[in-house]
Write a protein that binds this ligand. Structure first.
Ligand code: CA
Length: 427
């Protein structure tokens, strides 16, 4: 603090006072604990903890948040989110819905008529409706994509901070902390039809709730990310495919590295967490080192996570699988997934063999897995029941994690994560 300062900022007073309740503790200047996962590597992760008093912001609407983010600058800064912020708002704070973004004559009805595979065929959409869709989508992107720069901490205040409709993006930035925040419903108003995806074609959406792209030293802790309000399962089917509105909850791509994701909840979503987004992205080799611990994946269809290239330590996580589940752990090209002491809960018809899927993967290390309360060996089960297109996986992923704090039994982690993961639950 500066000398002779007469007025003590409230934030400093709050930090000095003894909290009456744990949730009143000021977490703004916390840094990642020593050894707590890959983000602790080397200099560790300190986010905006070195911010001067002029760069500690409390924001309660989109305009204030955008000002505080400062165009993704690398000035050390702490951004504290108070209450609910809606990213789909104009500069005066008025809510914008999909119709407000639509321009150049775009309408879903006309779009569906123009690119119906029975008349349009399998060519990529082009022409007036696709151009209008792109122009409309650009208007939404300009509102909802929020760039987070280096040396930044974003925390929710208290137990009810929500960022709604946004795609938070940490792109080519270093040293970022995001904690105690609910990220909700990064809803795409303008999905694009991709006729050549997966044989049947598919709807492709634009926004990850949180996207780490070329990001290093990032600590994500006690966040809750979900599609709350707009579950994709409730969306209609067009061209015989679910009209998806959401992309990833937390995607980690583009050479991102040294990431710790802890005590967070990922819920009510299709594709939760993609680590490495392409088999040909060989620049990701040696990167994508990620630790996931004490997280809850609840009612997630797939990608919890799906991994390419990275050394990924997945320990003490809790999975509550529900109907519609496809797989949890995805073993893809050159991935080195090290899974320890995770607990899975499934409805009776979803079996342990459904928890792991591989595409071009060669290895998976797993120990201490609990399946509906019973110990199982996911690797042995995968190799015994895998489908014709999948090959057997070995247990040798070529590395042993050393950066981690205490590893609990799956049983204990299961209980503690159910109680303690997610926003508003920092002890
Ligand atoms: Ca994505």
């Amino acid at each position: 603090m500066r000398k002779h300062q007469l007025i003590v900022p409230l934030a400093v007073l709050a930090a000095l006072s003894v909290p009456a309740h744990a949730e009143d503790r000021d977490i703004s200047r916390d840094t990642l604990p020593v050894n707590d996962g890959w983000a602790a590597y080397g200099p560790g992760t300190t986010g905006g903890s070195a911010a001067d008093d002029a760069h500690v912001f409390t924001v309660s609407d989109r305009a204030e948040l955008v000002r505080a983010l400062d165009g993704g600058s690398d000035t050390p800064k702490i951004i504290r989110i108070a209450g609910t912020i809606d990213a789909n708002t104009d500069d005066d704070g008025h809510h914008l819905d999909c119709a407000d973004y639509a321009t150049d004559g775009y309408s879903l009805k006309k779009y569906l008529a123009a690119y119906d595979p029975r008349t349009w065929g399998a060519a990529k959409p082009s022409g007036p409706q696709e151009e209008a869709r792109q122009a409309s989508a650009a208007r939404q992107t300009e509102r909802v994509v929020l760039n987070v720069g280096s040396n930044t901490t974003i925390v929710g205040l208290g137990s009810s901070a929500v960022l709604k409709g946004a795609s938070l993006q940490v792109k080519n930035a270093n040293n970022v902390i995001i904690r105690n925040l609910e990220l909700r419903d990064a809803y795409d108003c303008f999905p694009v039809w991709q006729p050549n995806t997966g044989g049947l074609g598919d709807w492709k959406t634009a926004y990850d709730t949180l996207w780490l792209n070329g990001a290093t030293h990032v600590w994500v802790d006690h966040i809750t990310a979900s599609d709350k309000g707009h579950p994709d399962a409730k969306e209609p089917t067009y061209f015989a495919r679910n009209y998806l509105r959401h992309d990833g909850l937390l995607d980690i791509t583009g050479g991102s590295d040294l990431i710790t994701v802890s005590w967070s909840r990922f819920a009510d979503h299709d594709k939760a967490m993609l680590i490495g987004n392409g088999d040909t992205a060989t620049g990701d080799r040696g990167k994508l080192r990620v630790t996931l611990h004490h997280n809850e994946f609840e009612s997630v269809v797939q990608r919890a996570p799906r991994v390419r290239f990275g050394q990924v330590h997945v320990y003490n996580n809790r999975y509550a699988v529900e109907d519609g589940h496809r797989y949890s752990l995805g073993v893809s090209t050159e991935s080195a997934l090290y899974a320890e002491n995770n607990a899975f809960h499934t409805p009776g018809h979803i079996e342990a063999a459904d928890l792991v899927k591989s595409w071009n993967g060669t290895a998976l290390h797993q120990t201490g897995t609990l399946f509906n309360g019973y110990p199982v060996d996911l690797l042995a089960i995968h190799n015994a029941y895998n489908s014709g297109s999948e090959r057997d996986l070995t247990a040798d992923v070529g590395w042993t994690p050393t950066l981690h704090t205490k590893i609990d039994s799956a049983e204990r982690a299961d209980r503690e994560v159910a109680r303690g993961a997610g926003a508003g639950r920092i002890p």
